[in-house]
Design a protein around this ligand. Structure first.
Ligand code: C5P
Length: 210
């Protein structure tokens, strides 16, 4: 099977030297890519800027902004069997990007932000899709309720929910998996590598039911 995996943060430029981003390390997405390759699958890894070496056997696409990630995902989704959107895409980007460095001044400044396009939701809207669609939800509160809302609103097959305070920038995670039919499955705290192996098995089995 072919896995398309997004990982890492995106960077949304303000001017040529500044950007908005987040603390995503990319470790969960890269671990899923490694686990899928180990299980004999093909992997397209679409990654924002991270400090990790891309898995050797993956088709690797390096992106920076949410718009670049959107385009790369849409280019490869239909030829994939399982799309796992693990990236921490920025929710907002500057309304305008200054072509020159914005000068420092004593006055207060404010930055106008506009929402980025939701890549996961855009795939969920494709009603005739053939691939299994998996999203992630990193939450700090009401984990299950927020994840269930995301599953519905983004029309995914599976949402993998985790506590953002445990998951961000660390090597460990614990997961709650929500399926479209209402089933849930908890995987207790473990290394991202172990969790990735479990996830790949779950995704493969679910794809066979799509
Ligand atoms: O709404 P929220 O950002 O919490 O949703 C998280 C899920 O949606 C993740 O799977 C993430 O990769 C995806 N997402 C996306 N494009 C965005 C925002 C989030 O694909 N612009």
């Amino acid at each position: 099977m072919t896995f398309l995996i997004t990982a890492g943060p995106t960077q949304e430029p303000i001017d040529p030297v500044r950007y908005i981003s987040n603390r995503s390390s990319g470790k969960m997405g890269y671990a899923i890519a490694e686990a899928a390759l180990d299980a004999g699958h093909d992997v397209i890894l679409i990654s924002g800027p991270v400090n990790l070496a891309p898995p050797r056997d993956a088709k690797f696409i390096s992106v920076s902004t949410s718009d670049e990630m959107f385009d790369a995902v849409h280019q490869h989704a239909d030829s994939s069997d399982i799309c796992v959107l693990c990236a921490a895409v920025a929710d907002y980007k500057p309304a305008q990007v200054s072509p020159v460095k914005i000068k420092k001044c004593a006055a207060q400044v404010s930055l106008e932000l506009v929402p980025t396009r939701d890549i996961l939701q855009s795939l969920g809207l494709q009603e005739d899709r053939k691939f299994l669609l998996v999203g992630f939800a990193a939450e700090t509160d009401h984990l299950e309720a927020n994840a269930a809302k995301k599953l519905r609103e983004k029309n995914c097959d599976i949402i993998v929910a985790n506590d953002a305070r445990i998951a961000m920038e660390t090597d460990e995670n614990e997961l709650l998996i929500l399926f479209r039919d209402g089933e849930t499955k908890k995987i207790s705290r473990s290394s991202k590598k172990n969790l990735a192996r479990e996830l790949v098995k779950i995704f493969r089995n679910s794809q066979q039911k799509v």
